[in-house]
Ligand binder design. Structure first.
Ligand code: NCD
Length: 321
């Protein structure tokens, strides 16, 4: 794998599949593996006592906590911040200086990596240019969120057994959703995917982005619900609107209800990266096709596998240890 994961395009299908095999291995050993059995893998994992530095300039529940738990499960350490107000950024420190400080700590501690989330597209790339340690983009503006795409693809793979050949609906704020972009680019690596996209008229993704998608893309979901294998819903990104009135004009404009779920097939997966606001009714949560909390939980083994891979682990080495 490359040094950094800045875009889902930084990882090939073959590497994704190897990562998923490693995630399966990780899923078996977390959360409470006894020290003794863990010890034989620790050396091969190259993670023990290494440092994961979190630079989170935007709020997060699942991404920050699953990265943290993943590193702790691998017996590594975690430092950093979850909001710029509590770091020296609030005193005027630049992104590149913050990156250099953490990179220095990581090198002094015997290795590790940086995970960065930032409201600006391209911010993760700036961090990667300043740091010798591997950098994971945990969301840069409206651009990409590749580790979320890995979690999403892993969830689909686990639930359906395969990713090729799926009919995928994506519904929501496609203009601002870095999750939807990384998922679509991720699905580009698989075969025979068909997309059905739906967004409020002001919140469509740009045509330039869609040109990168090699699969068939249809606009609208009308009449297609019974055909979908996956319905992926994203919220409207309130924080991206300059004028709150523009947000109010589109908020609550779509919602997955139990009635809508009745139209969908038994094997369909209803997915969401979380946080959910009101785009999926709470009553849908008990539907066995609603997999968003399982998806969030898959963040732990997938991110364990990602961290371990970037720090030099392979499944082969673990199985032979
Ligand atoms: C997403 C994000 O931050 O882009 N959340 C996540 O990482 N699970 C989605 C969102 O904020 O709506």
């Amino acid at each position: 794998m490359k040094k950094d994961l800045l875009s889902i395009n930084d990882i090939s299908r073959q590497e994704i599949e190897a990562l998923f095999d490693l995630a399966d291995f990780m899923a078996k050993i977390e959360p409470e593996t006894p020290r003794d059995s863990m010890n034989k893998w620790l050396l091969e994992m190259h993670c023990a006592d290494k440092v994961l530095a979190k630079m989170f300039f935007e709020p997060s529940t699942s991404t920050t906590s699953s990265f943290e738990l993943a590193m702790l499960n691998l017996r590594g350490k975690v430092v950093g911040f979850n909001s710029p107000e509590v770091s020296a950024v609030s005193k005027g420190e630049s992104l590149s200086d913050t990156a250099r400080i953490y990179d220095g700590y990581i090198k002094r501690s015997g290795g590790g990596l940086i995970v960065v989330r930032h409201p600006q597209a391209g911010a993760a790339e700036i961090v990667a240019e300043c740091a010798e340690s591997p950098v994971i983009n945990a969301g840069d503006g409206d651009n990409e969120h590749p580790s979320q795409a890995l979690v999403d693809l892993y969830t689909i793979q686990k639930r359906r057994g395969a990713i090729d050949g799926l009919i995928v609906g994506i519904w929501g704020d496609l203009k601002h959703s870095r999750v939807a972009r990384s998922l679509m680019l991720g699905l580009n690596k698989f075969n025979d995917i068909e997309f059905f996209l739906k967004a409020p008229s002001e919140l469509w993704t740009d045509a330039y982005f869609l040109e990168q998608i090699q699969h068939e893309v249809h606009l609208g979901l009308m009449g297609i619900f019974p055909e979908l294998d996956v319905l992926y819903v994203v919220r409207i990104k309130k924080e991206r609107f300059e004028d709150p009135k523009d947000y109010e004009a589109v908020m609550s404009s779509y919602c997955v209800t139990p009635e809508l779920m009745e139209q969908c097939k038994e094997s369909m997966l209803l997915m969401h990266p979380l946080p959910r606001v009101d785009e999926i009714a709470k009553e849908v949560d008990k539907d066995p096709r609603a997999v968003y909390f399982e998806q969030a939980a898959n963040g732990i083994p997938v991110r364990m596998a990602l961290i371990a891979t970037l720090l030099g682990t392979s499944l082969e080495a673990l199985e032979n240890s």
